[in-house]
Design a protein around this ligand. Structure first.
Ligand SMILES: *[C@@H]1O[C@H](CO)[C@@H](O)[C@H](O)[C@H]1NC(C)=O
Length: 216
């Protein structure tokens, strides 16, 4: 009897191991492709993804290409973006559902997301975790319906780690997971990102409010 139990435990372990998906994994900054290494995915429901991310900081575009395990199916074939007066991040994930299927090429969808009528206050400051200067009214695009405020340390691709204050528009509901999901910028563990629902309003009205605020 004991032996049967031991056997069953092993047999079950085997099945669980067998279920873990394997995906190609690699990341390349400034390139449009990378060759992966096959890895066993950490989460049970992970899918394989080819990820392309574009980061624009100081007017300079840095593309990041990545093949990976992804535990957020809701991101598949969707645009994930966060945008502010200082930095623009836009990510697209092409998912597939069999072992090591994420080998092919991937292109960012050509259509740029359009302004959607929502606005956030945006401010970007390097070297401080407070906004130095003014918050500006900033138009959201695509599925950005939340406003974020980031404070803390991060490393923008190709640059040194710095302290930032950054606020602007972000894809609705992405606040909780965006630091883990982006492949370009590395966000320090101690940083904070908070979100609130964006305001939908006529631009003219919001401009007026802003003018009044800054006239004082
Ligand atoms: C980010 O904001 C800039 C300035 O408003 C705009 O030109 C750009 O298209 C925006 N990018 C995204 C992905 O929404």
């Amino acid at each position: 009897m004991k032996y049967i139990v031991v056997f069953l435990v092993f047999a079950m372990a085997e099945i669980t191991i067998g279920e873990a998906r394997t995906c190609q994994q690699c990341t390349a900054i400034g390139k449009s492709d990378c060759t992966g290494q096959s890895v066993s995915c950490p989460n049970k429901h992970d899918v394989c993804a080819n990820t392309i991310e574009q980061n624009v900081a100081n007017g300079e575009l840095k593309s990041v290409f990545s093949r990976r395990c992804l535990n957020k199916r809701e991101l598949c074939r969707k645009i994930l973006s966060a945008n502010s007066t200082g930095i623009e991040m836009i990510q697209y994930n092409d998912c597939c559902y069999t072992n090591n299927c994420n080998k092919g090429p991937i292109k960012m969808p050509k259509k740029k997301p359009k302004e959607n009528g929502y606005y956030c206050l945006s401010c970007f400051t390097v070297g401080s975790n407070r906004c130095i200067g003014d918050h500006k009214l900033f138009p959201c695009t695509g599925n950005e319906r939340d406003c974020f405020v980031f404070t803390g340390k991060a490393t923008i691709p190709g640059e040194k780690e710095s302290t930032f204050y950054n606020s602007g528009c972000i894809t609705e509901g992405a606040c909780d997971y965006v630091p883990d999901i982006i492949v370009g910028t590395k966000v320090h563990k101690t940083s904070s990102i908070r979100c609130s629902a964006a305001q939908r309003a006529r631009k003219r009205y919001l401009d007026q409010c802003e003018d009044e605020r800054y006239k004082k």
